[in-house]
Design a protein. Sequence first.
Length: 330
Amino acid sequence: MYNTIKKYISAFSVSGNESPLAKIICDDIAPYCDSVEIDPIGNVIAFKKGADSTKRLMIASHMDEIGFMVTYIEESGLIRVTNVGGINAVASSYGSVVFANGTKGIIVLDMGAKKEDISVKSMVVDIGAKNKAQAEKKVKIGDVCALEQRITRLMNSRIAAKAFDDRLACAITFEAAKLIEEPAYDTYYVFTIQEEVGCRGSKPAAFGIAPTYGIALDVTHTGDMVGGPKMTVKLGEGAAIKIKDSSVICSRSVINRMTELSEKHGIKHQYEVLTAGGTDTSSMQTACAGAFTGCISIPTRYIHTPVETVDMADVTACVNLLAAIIKEGF
Ligand SMILES: [Zn+2]
């Protein structure tokens, strides 16, 4: 599991540029499914026939991560960028970045920017170029870069890295798919694109599949950070069963079934009400004639920073809960 996570967070996959990770996931999941395809907009859709083909289950995990897009190259060779997704300028500054072609850089703040004005507008990428012409040999307008992968092992099976949002969910989905030989229903493992910029991949995928049941997997905040939101989700307390986020109110029957399966299998679980932030869950709920939907959330500290932190015990709980849903159905 750890190696899968490491492999997925190392792959390049800024929103709109998910194909390197999509290719890896296709290769990984193909032996465990009946078919795998990449749809016209780039979602990976892996299908596994189930015992009851009158119902369809869609699982959604997003492949993309937040990043930066080149807007302008200064005469000096320094590169101006705009955000792709919800960037926290303070959290992302003074780190290393990498472009799809392997060009490396560092991302810094405009030294003249006042503290209160710090935003993506005051961020600059320095690839070491001496001037614009030199920079343009490596980087073009519209290219995107992401923070460089690094992973830190902490105490108590806790790990920190960038892009656990939502590569962890991709890894969890893959692990669950491996465990299940025959799903309860026809099951579509969907690895979506462009969630971070407005759940753009999951909408057409859900429309095409028209799921009876839809389960998303994504990270959620925890209330146990210093100055964190007032919420009960805590690191190490198990898989978080979503009740609500700003895009969805989950189906009560799905919440109840997740609770029942957690209790049956002794899976540690907790409940999540997220007051800000949406997920692919809503795309499935409102697709076609509508679907019963829920979301398994992975408790994560410091989301959208280079040190998103999770407890591997929670990650395992999420795998087990997802596997139970796929195998036993609703
Ligand atoms: Zn996410």
